[in-house]
Design a protein around this ligand. Structure first.
Ligand code: DC
Length: 208
């Protein structure tokens, strides 16, 4: 069974995808991490993330980079969003994601275009979303706990910019697949969101 989990930043999709993978004993790929690695590699190369050539060259990043904690930063998220608009970058990362999705036994992948481009054949597609306010507040609390002084207003503005770039780009824009189950986590705690996701998968695929 392939489970595709798409949605905007800080919607809870990553946590939900991880929990689904554990629940159904499936391997999990956080595809955002690949784009983050490309963005980080461009930065390390001293290149320009908005330049398609520079971004494409960075898709051959070393595997070890995927373990770099810096990939989780807001700066890497912003770079990832910028390199992800280039067709050549998306094409270069396609095969790796498709191979992961179609491995025997199935997989859980989370990202922006899993249900629409990488695995349109997924048995279950979830679109996890939440209001901008709810997502900004979550991100702000996480950052505050890590000692990051950024304000809620700054973070809201950042998310708004990222949402806008991810959903208006020409290729594989962020959107729910027509056959996706939408889960709005704005008013849910994490346990409730995971339970809703498991219920949605079981409803779509009762045999597993
Ligand atoms: O999910 P994330 O915040 O780690 O993703 C970072 C950026 O990578 C996101 O702003 C857009 C891009 N991305 C993408 O274009 N397609 C994906 N499948 C996953 C991420």
């Amino acid at each position: 069974m392939i489970i595709a989990v798409d949605g905007p930043t800080a919607s809870g999709k990553g946590t939900i995808a991880k929990a689904l993978a554990a629940h159904y004993r499936l391997p999990h790929l956080d595809t955002g991490l690949l784009y983050r690695a490309v963005g980080r590699q461009v930065f390390l190369d001293g290149g320009d993330p908005d330049d398609a050539g520079h971004a494409l060259a960075a898709t051959t990043f070393p595997e070890g980079l995927l373990l770099d904690p810096e990939l989780r930063s807001e700066a890497s998220g912003g770079l990832a969003s910028r390199v992800s608009i280039h067709h050549s970058v998306r094409e270069a990362l396609y095969e790796r994601q498709r191979t992961f999705a179609t491995q025997p036994g199935g997989a859980v992948l989370d990202g922006r275009d899993i249900g629409t481009v990488i695995a349109p054949d997924a048995e279950v597609k979830l679109f996890v979303t939440a209001s901008l306010e709810a997502r900004a507040r979550r991100r702000w609390k996480e950052m505050r706990d890590r000692g990051d002084p950024r304000t809620l207003e700054d973070i809201t503005e950042d998310l708004r910019r990222r949402d806008d770039r991810d959903s208006t780009r020409a290729e594989a824009p962020l959107r729910a697949a027509e056959d996706a189950v939408v889960i709005d986590t704005s008013a849910m705690g994490i346990e409730e969101a995971i339970a809703a996701a498991i219920a949605a998968v079981d409803a779509k695929h009762p045999a597993e």
